[in-house]
Ligand binder design. Structure first.
Ligand code: HEM
Length: 226
């Protein structure tokens, strides 16, 4: 069956064709420094602040799409269990004040651009699905390792890591496998599949731009007293 043929499946194609963009985003110096323990909780709080704006756009678009879908099978991907909006607000409630930041999250220009892109493609099932795939499969993959590192390096507490805690998903690996299976069975046209891959590649670049801007922005903040 062509749709589940491993080598030509959409899940395999998107992963392969965006491999370089993924590598480039994850090796941004802001991220490598954050992961190595060279920064502080404040930089992590700034990163989660950007997620606040990204997921406000993504989860709202997905919610709207779920109710008004022209392509019902895409809705199978849009599982309400994934919604991150409340989890992020819970994390920010203590992360921001404890790291000396204003209690209202600051949105960087690159984040506003990314969030606007998500809103702009909200009526296009293939492109919206690409942003969904990118964020959620990413959070269910590297995200879990990020949470462990934030705990180890900066003593970020469990109650500040809800962003990466998917309470209703006990086995992320199985969930991701099933997500990829659904993706492969969406019956997207060849044009929609190309749009999906193109949008995923763009999505990585939007994320990389945010890491770069965070690097510059955070360097300008007053140093944290140690
Ligand atoms: C912050 C640094 C990052 C690290 C350390 C990281 C790490 C990882 C790791 C270890 C995997 C699992 C690979 C596998 O199972 O073969 C993964 C998968 C993934 N990551 Fe990242 N990642 C990072 C950033 C990102 C970003 C910025 C995005 C996009 C928003 C992203 C999106 C994805 C996606 C979509 C997958 C699933 C690929 C698939 O199985 O189809 N990652 N990442």
């Amino acid at each position: 069956m062509p749709h589940s043929d491993e080598a030509s499946s959409l899940a395999t194609r998107v992963k392969k064709l965006t491999q370089e963009d993924h590598r480039s985003a994850e090796s941004a110096s802001f991220i490598t420094e954050l992961m190595n323990g060279d920064l502080s909780t404040r930089e992590y709080a700034m990163l989660v602040s950007q997620y606040h704006f990204i997921y406000q756009a993504l989860d709202a678009a997905v919610e709207h799409f779920r109710d008004n879908s022209l392509l019902p099978q895409v809705v199978q991907l849009f599982d309400p269990k994934l919604d991150r909006r409340t989890a992020i607000l819970e994390d920010l409630q203590t992360l921001l004040p404890e790291s000396g930041l204003h209690p209202a999250p600051v949105e960087l220009t690159s984040t506003a651009t990314y969030a606007q892109r998500i809103r702009d493609v909200a009526d296009d099932p293939a492109r919206l699905a690409a942003h969904h795939y990118l964020r959620y499969l990413g959070d269910l993959s590297g995200g879990l390792a990020i949470a462990r590192l934030m705990q180890r390096h900066y003593r970020v507490h469990d109650h500040q890591l809800n962003m990466y805690t998917f309470k209703s998903i006990s086995k992320p690996k199985l969930y991701k496998d099933s997500y990829r299976e659904k993706l492969n069975n969406l019956n997207l046209t060849p044009e929609q599949q190309d749009a999906f891959v193109d949008e995923a590649a763009r999505g990585f670049r939007y994320n990389k731009a945010i890491f770069e801007e965070l690097g510059t922005f955070c360097k300008r903040l007053t140093p944290v007293a140690v």
